[in-house]
Design a protein around this ligand. Structure first.
Ligand code: ADP
Ligand code: TZD
Ligand code: MG
Length: 582
């Protein structure tokens, strides 16, 4: 026995000197300035969450991985650093996968890190605990996917994941970390040497001079120019260059949903209120970080003045994008400008400074006239005070609150709750509006609220359809647990689009309707937050003002006329229907 004890002590000494996979993952993230993890613990990553927190990282634990994933994705958008989502194997991984795909589709930098089971058992399909070939499943929806098998490769794995997420067109990256990796021990000095601090992860991409010249010439030739700002322009964080370009050229501009506020929506050149006039009317359109996908009717058809649904409207396009493959995706791009938006605009400004003439007054005056007419019409609608409250009278309040608190973040999802908010609530600062994005996805709401509060330190206002809210509603506990200054307004119209559908057979509730008169505010109260039931605009105003003032987690159940919405909000025409007239 006497000989055994010293041996144990020696082994302990040696182990104390070793480091392990857990530690190297934490060290590699911290070395690269990543200080926040959005996740949900369990085998094999529980200790990773504990130790990361012990090492000073912010570890935000959610009630469902999907919300953690959406939080990570939007943190990536807001910070230009990859947002980290951490999950357990198979089911946790799959719950996070939707957000990974969302990040890739929206061009947000994010890394989904999932623990995984024993490779030998998984690959022979012998039925391990939470067995799944996660790497193979992640690949089709990720910009890149990697697996690390040895502790000494953790540094490379994290470095590659960061580079892939943020360089070029940003996207979602999957990093597979098997359980065994975390427990591997290596000499700390050796371990430290394997870590990589990524240099210039998202290098500037300078556009070719001839491409700049081509774009400038096309712009100069325009009689009715238009600029479209997309969320790539918001992501690029070159706000003053964008403002310079818009103001120096005098070209009317249209912000896509998440580009609202890059310049204040009240800007005289903002053409949002004249969208259906400027799109078909323009002769040259410059897209800045915006794709000609469904959200822009693919650059053709009636929206753009084309005769039929698929006909070109005759516009010539300049497209600034970091992805060299984006141009010509839907219609011909006369002047592709490939590079990062900051560099492209700086180069363009140099070309434009020499001999730029403002667009013809006939065009800018026509745009202004159309816009002013529509703004006046909207003001009339907003001034009404119907009973029950409708989307307009409720959003008129939100509009005032956002105007009074321009630094607040605005999260928005739903159908009517989304479309009306986007058109009624003006934004005044860049990257304040975050919403359903390229897919029009439901479920981002509460994850976005958590990340927005944590990343910006500002109050968060979430305008949620009652259906939309349901996808992530349990995260109000997360919001209460971390005491975040989030004010959720549930636009409660008893259902998806409307609350009026009936089962023709009379057996069940219709698929689009919910429990009538539901009290979502009670959900918030269950976790110690403030719940308010608001049936009038003045009750809503009081509740929102108090929420902003107190910074307490608040949920306002805003009772909206259940007949007020329309099918699918603004995109009714996308509903397949045999009888539909094109
Ligand atoms: P929106 O939905 O607002 O129209 P999209 O998501 O369709 O915007 O388009 C964003 C575009 O911005 C993508 O094509 C992406 O490649 C591009 N992009 C993202 N970041 C940058 C950047 N830093 N420089 C140039 N283009 C960028
Ligand atoms: N599931 C997912 C993940 N995303 C979706 N977009 C949908 C389903 C389909 N969908 C929409 O496109 S909007 C919406 C659904 C279910 C909800 C609309 O109801 P709401 O908003 O209560 O959120 P309004 O104000 O009642 O229109
Ligand atoms: Mg609804």
């Amino acid at each position: 026995m006497g000989t055994v004890e010293p041996q144990i002590a020696n082994a302990g000494d040696a182990q104390a000197k070793l480091t392990d996979g857990f530690q190297l993952v934490i060290d590699a993230l911290k070395l690269n300035g990543i200080d926040t993890i959005y996740g949900l613990p369990g085998i094999p990553i529980t200790d990773l969450t504990r130790r990361a927190q012990g090492e000073g990282m912010r570890v935000l634990a959610f009630r469902h991985e999907q919300s953690a994933g959406y939080a990570a994705s939007i943190a990536g958008f807001l910070t230009r650093k990859p947002g980290i989502c951490l999950t357990v194997s198979a089911p946790g991984f799959l719950n996070g996968l939707n957000a990974l795909a969302h990040a890739t589709v929206n061009c947000f930098p994010m890394i989904l890190i999932s623990g995984s089971s024993e490779r030998e058992i998984v690959d022979l399909q012998q039925g391990d605990y939470e067995e799944m070939d996660q790497l193979a499943i992640a690949k089709p929806v990720a910009k890149a996917a990697y697996r690390v098998l040895h502790a000494e490769d953790i540094g490379v794995g994290i470095a590659r994941a960061i580079r892939a997420a943020v360089s070029g067109r940003p996207g979602g990256v999957y990093l597979d970390l098997p359980a065994k990796l975390f427990a591997q021990s290596i000499d700390p000095e050796l371990g430290r040497k394997t870590l990589i601090k990524v240099v210039d992860a998202a290098p500037r991409q300078i556009p070719a001079p001839e491409a700049v010249q081509r774009a400038a010439e096309l712009l100069k030739s325009a009689k009715k120019p238009l600029i479209v700002l997309g969320k790539g322009a918001a992501y690029a964080q070159c706000d003053s260059e964008i403002r310079n370009l818009i103001e120096k050229t005098g070209i009317p501009y249209l912000p896509m949903s998440m580009a609202k506020g890059l310049l204040p929506d009240s800007h005289e050149q903002c053409a949002s209120a004249a969208r259906s006039f400027v799109l078909p009317g323009a002769d040259v359109v410059m897209l800045i970080g915006a794709r000609l996908n469904w959200l822009l009717s693919h650059g053709k058809g009636k929206t753009w003045g084309g005769k039929g649904a698929k006909d070109w409207g005759g516009q010539k396009f300049v497209q600034i994008d970091i992805s060299p493959q984006e141009a010509d995706s839907n219609v011909r791009i006369e002047a592709p400008l490939v590079g990062d938006i900051g560099s492209c605009i700086s180069s363009l400004l140099k070309e434009i400074d020499s001999g730029w003439l403002k667009p013809p007054a006939a065009w800018t005056n026509a745009v202004a006239e159309k816009k002013n007419g529509n703004v006046a019409k909207m003001a009339e609608t907003l001034a009404k005070n119907p009973s029950p409250m409708n989307f307009h009278s409720a959003l008129n309040v939100v509009r005032d609150i956002v105007k009074a608190n321009p630094e607040a973040m605005l999260v928005n999802e739903g159908a009517n709750a989304l479309d009306f908010t986007r058109s009624i609530v003006d934004m005044y600062r860049p990257r304040k509006r975050i919403d359903v994005g390229t897919w029009g996805i439901m479920g981002v709401g509460m994850g976005y609220c958590v990340a927005a509060a944590v990343v910006t330190g500002q109050p968060v206002i979430a305008i949620e359809g009652d259906s939309a809210f349901g996808f992530s509603g349990m995260e109000v506990e997360t919001i209460c647990r971390y005491g975040l200054p989030v004010c959720i307004v549930v636009m409660n119209n008893n259902g998806v689009y409307k609350g009026t559908d009936k089962d023709p057979t009379g057996r069940d509730p219709a698929p689009t309707v919910f429990v009538k008169g539901a009290r979502y505010d009670k959900l918030m109260e269950a976790f110690g937050g403030v719940g308010v039931n608001a049936t009038t605009p003045s009750e809503l105003r009081k509740a929102m003002e108090e929420a902003i003032r107190s910074k307490k987690p608040t949920l306002v159940n805003a009772v909206i006329d259940e007949t007020a919405g329309t099918e699918s909000g603004r995109i009714t025409s996308l509903n397949p229907s045999a009888a539909k007239k094109k």
